[in-house]
Ligand binder design. Structure first.
Ligand code: NAG
Ligand code: NAG
Length: 170
């Protein structure tokens, strides 16, 4: 074997071992996402944060809560903008819902900071219920300006609720 061939093989071997070590998704991400209603949404969402490949369960909880926070607060700002143009009833309901969702998610983040886990699932349900309430406000209306955003928030809350239940064993 020529030295250059040997080097090539060695590089290939190294590449394989690196790819193998950085398994995707990680065990904990796989475990969490299998318990959600949309596995690919869960994996995609979690991997949008650069901490996820190295994350243990605790860090992953922070990642999930942060994603939910970003979603809820961005949508809240969006609703505020919409309300400036038209002060319609569904949007008034939704702004209240999203204020509630953002508060619940901030509480979840505070809980995580103090390593308190037993309320996480409830807070996730609360924020998800707010998204449902907002969506219901458009009942009977053809237009669903917040449909995808409500779905996203629900999906993200489901993820941190699942992680919360892993901590408490329920
Ligand atoms: C699951 O999430 C993906 C986006 O990651 C989406 O395209 C798909 O429609 C979702 N599936 C269901 C059943 O909601
Ligand atoms: C339906 O939605 C449109 C656009 O979002 C809004 O202008 C209208 O007031 C809504 N109608 C009802 C009955 O809520």
């Amino acid at each position: 074997m020529s030295p250059s061939n040997g080097f090539f093989l060695l590089s290939l071997l190294l590449l394989f071992s690196i790819l193998h070590a950085a398994s995707f998704p990680t065990k904990i991400v796989d475990k969490v996402c299998k318990r959600t209603s949309n596995y690919s949404f869960c994996v995609e969402s979690l991997y949008s944060d650069s901490r996820t490949p190295e994350a243990d369960q605790y860090t992953l909880a922070f990642v999930a809560v942060r994603l939910a926070y970003l979603s809820a607060s961005t949508t809240r700002d969006f609703i505020t903008q919409l309300l400036k143009n038209e002060n319609q009833k569904p949007l008034q309901i939704c702004i209240g819902d999203y204020n509630m969702a953002v508060s619940a998610i901030i509480m979840a983040d505070n809980d995580l900071n103090s390593e308190t886990f037993f309320e996480l699932a409830d807070l996730a349900n609360k924020a998800a219920a707010a998204a449902d309430d907002c969506e219901a406000a458009f009942k009977g209306n053809q237009s669903r300006p917040l449909g995808n955003k409500n779905k996203d928030l629900k999906g993200l809350c489901e993820i941190f609720g699942v992680i919360g239940r892993l901590f408490t064993g329920h």
